[in-house]
Ligand binder design. Structure first.
Ligand code: NDP
Ligand code: MG
Length: 394
């Protein structure tokens, strides 16, 4: 690479954001940090700003603006606050690539703004594609913007496709670890608490995606993400449980040949690949050793026990604003579970209720998606405050 690539990291204080900064720290001759954003973790954002000396930072919690500004008064770093500021700063001329690593629907507007401004996107924020995949991918096409997947499964598929872009895909297999409750039944799931759900066997991630992994909603969101990233039909997308998380996903081509991408579970690799594509740059990440994994196993996903995955496939098949409803209801459900308001299985019931009640729109506009998200959240909160009697199906 001749010139340094200037990166904006949205969600720098999160799990993906901090790992991206590790990658950049190890490759300061290749990447430079232009923008960092955080939401509640002002102290970490300040620390990151001092180390990486970006042009601009944004703290989206406006109450923390003076605190951050004060802490950085000796430095030549612009400080902004608020949601709108993130949407604006991603358009800055000197940004080459935006790493979208905000969690949830909150990342949609800034990602769209970056695409609109013609910035290349490294996409961690899968919810963006789940909510409005048609609008996001159409805008990217119009603006000549590439969306490089950061999600490990989608990075795996992308890596398998390099050199094969003209060859049709027959099928993809997204691998799933199965989460901490793989093999458990619904009676067991009815008893578990958030401390148990927050312990993922193979990956260390933010709280929301960790819960999504325990319910298999994460895989459901990834199925929808894959549809948009790789222009697939629902029947081309398969999920296979692979507890060791070594095979990150698989592509099957029209001649029946299958390609898989493998490695130890470490998000730094897909993050680095998205930032450095088409180059592969050196890393000191721990190498995989076959002898430590004499058995790589595969089994079907249990969609009867983990019904969120079935709901996601339903939303994918239905199209329209269904996945937007699924996502908004899931965000509220996960938050309610983390706040001890509902139990593990009730998350699915809440999502299902919202999917039943929210008006279906076959060909939504951007504003329809915004409205759908708002209305679903309102309804989900109403269900929660009325303490609706969820019928937990067994
Ligand atoms: P985290 O919760 O660890 O981090 C989220 C980041 O977004 C933080 O910087 C947080 O700021 C910021 N943020 C949260 N809410 C808002 C908001 N309303 N407005 C602006 N910024 C906000 O999440 P992860 O890093 O785990 O995940 C980020 C995205 O990447 C998710 O979409 C997830 O699905 C995806 N992903 C994550 C993987 C992982 O291994 N973690 C793997 C694959 C995909 P602060 O902390 O300062 O409040
Ligand atoms: Mg993933």
């Amino acid at each position: 690479m001749d010139k340094k690539k200037n990166i904006a990291i949205l969600g720098a204080t999160g799990s993906i954001g901090t790992q991206a900064l590790e990658v950049i720290r190890a490759n300061k001759n290749i990447f430079s940090v232009e923008v960092l954003t955080g939401s509640s973790n002002a102290d970490l954002l300040i620390k990151q700003a001092i180390e990486f000396n970006p042009n601009t930072i944004v703290i989206s919690d406006e109450n923390k603006y003076h605190y951050v500004k004060d802490a950085l008064k000796e430095y030549d770093i612009k400080v902004f606050a608020g949601k709108k500021a993130i949407v604006d700063v991603v358009k800055m001329d000197n940004i080459d690539m935006v790493l979208a690593a905000i969690v949830g629907y909150a990342g949609l507007e800034s990602t769209l703004s970056a695409i609109e401004a013609g910035k290349q996107i490294a996409l961690a924020n899968k919810e963006t594609l789940v909510v409005a995949g048609d609008i996001v991918t159409a805008l990217a096409k119009e603006k000549g913007v590439n969306i490089y997947p950061v999600d490990s499964e989608h990075s795996a598929i992308f890596q398998c496709l390099v050199g094969e872009f003209h060859n049709p895909i027959e099928k993809i297999y997204l691998t799933a670890s199965g989460g901490p409750f793989r093999g458990k039944d619904r009676d067991f799931l009815a008893t578990i608490n958030k401390e148990q759900a927050l312990k993922h066997p193979n990956w260390e991630m933010g709280a929301k995606i960790t819960i999504d992994s325990a319910t298999l909603m994460n895989k459901g969101l990834e199925v929808i993400e894959a549809k948009w990233l790789f222009a697939l039909r629902p029947e081309q997308i398969n999920v296979i449980v692979h507890p060791q998380s070594i095979v990150h996903s698989i592509v099957q081509f029209s001649d029946g040949s299958m390609k898989a991408q493998m490695g130890l579970p470490d998000m730094k690799l897909p993050i680095q690949y998205a930032l450095s594509y088409p180059e592969r740059i050196n890393s000191n990440f721990t190498r995989f050793d076959f002898l430590n994994y004499p058995e790589l196993t595969f089994q079907p996903a249990d969609t009867k026990t983990f019904r969120n995955l079935a709901l996601a496939f339903d939303a994918l098949n239905k199209g329209g604003n269904a996945a937007c409803v699924l996502n908004a209801a899931n965000e509220i459900a996960v938050m309610a579970f983390l706040n001890d308001q509902i139990r593990f299985l009730e998350m699915t019931d809440l999502i299902e209720k919202c999917l039943e009640k929210i008006t279906f729109i076959k060909k939504p506009s951007y504003l329809d998606y915004v409205e759908t998200d708002k209305e679903t959240r309102r309804l989900a909160h109403e269900f929660l405050t009325n303490r609706i009697k969820f019928v937990t199906k067994k």
